[in-house]
Design a protein around this ligand. Structure first.
Ligand code: NDP
Length: 296
């Protein structure tokens, strides 16, 4: 059991999709009295056998513990549960940590709603997949009142990994989340496209994968370098000017389309880079694109 987690502490988990189940399992493993509820019954898997207490309704669930962790598909779903009048009433004076993913605006709106109803509210985001939950690899981001976060930190620590409080603005965790999801999904789209293109050239995924990992390994130092460029507004292209980058993007478009493969994603990327060149910044580095797309 992680340090500082009182064995008598109790928690409620609303939402038993793959992630909600992983959160509830981690709480149980840490010895917390864990109450669970899900819109569709029967999703509690082996949680009940492991000691979880099923609640008959969401209002009964939230009344069972001082802290409710919500993890459903998005904020339409969390609203559909939390804003039921009987649930809102039962939550008064209690704390909600909403670990569902959505936009910063939805997080701020929920914090404002909670404040109006006397509900103590922390927002959060989970940056790692379900197998990481309860291990050192889990990554959680939190935002909202610092004293509330400190109060519930011992229970949240039962989820394992690293917890970072990003500030009082309820939307801050979601702001990091959407930016990080932006990286994740564009990278996934790039890789799936690359596998398709390689296959069309007779290259198997297994053959490509080690080299793909080599490309991925180039990125971490570039992330740091590009972040400095973005923060400073300087876009040095000494080693790889946009004019050169555009040419390699065009190769991907042409090769894809020759095989009848949808190249619309790379066409967008190429188009943005060509706008940089057309605006007279062809000798700058690729990060100059941030200035062009940000102006839209
Ligand atoms: P889903 O994103 O598929 O969410 C499923 C859960 O949402 C179920 O409990 C489902 O209930 C509930 N739900 C959907 N619509 C409603 C509604 N209208 N009212 C009430 N409940 C509803 O699965 P996950 O558990 O994987 O994800 C939960 C959250 O965690 C998401 O925001 C996701 O982005 C985030 N996350 C997930 C990760 C993962 O690896 N799975 C990684 C990082 C973050 P029902 O069973 O009744 O349909």
């Amino acid at each position: 059991m992680p340090e500082n987690t009182a064995p008598s502490a109790s928690v409620t988990v609303i939402g038993l999709g793959p992630m909600g189940r992983a959160l509830a399992a981690a709480f149980l493993d840490a010895g917390l009295h864990t109450t669970v509820w899900n819109r569709t019954p029967g999703r509690d898997g082996d949680l009940l056998a492991r000691g979880a207490v099923p609640a008959a309704s969401p209002e009964e669930a939230v009344a069972a513990a001082p802290l409710t962790v919500v993890c459903v598909v998005n904020y339409d779903a969390s609203d559909a549960v939390l804003r039921r009048p009987e649930v809102t009433t039962a939550l008064k004076g209690r704390t909600v940590v909403n670990l569902s993913a959505d936009t910063p605006e939805r997080a701020r709106d929920t914090a404002e709603w909670a404040g109006r109803h006397g509900i103590r509210y922390l927002d959060g985001a989970i940056m790692t997949p379900t197998p990481a939950i309860g291990t050192d690899d889990a990554v959680f981001l939190h935002s909202g009142p610092a004293d509330l976060y400190e109060e519930h930190r011992p229970v949240l620590a039962a989820l394992g990994g690293t917890h970072t409080h990003l500030g009082e603005d309820a939307g801050r965790a979601a702001a990091y989340d959407i930016a990080l999801l932006d990286i994740f999904w564009t990278a996934m789209a790039g890789y799936v496209h690359a596998l398709t293109l390689a296959r069309a050239e007779g290259v198997t995924g297994a053959d490509l994968a080690p080299f793909a990992q080599g490309i991925a390994a180039i990125l971490p130092p570039l992330f740091t370098e590009f972040a400095a460029d973005s923060d400073a507004g300087t876009y040095s292209g000494e080693l790889n000017p946009v004019t050169s980058a555009v040419s390699t993007m065009a190769h991907v478009v042409h090769a894809s389309e020759a095989h009848g493969i949808d190249a619309s994603l790379m066409r967008v990327i190429e188009g943005q880079a060509r706008r940089v060149v057309a605006l007279g910044h062809g000798t700058d580095g690729y990060t100059r694109v941030a200035e062009v797309i940000g102006r839209r």
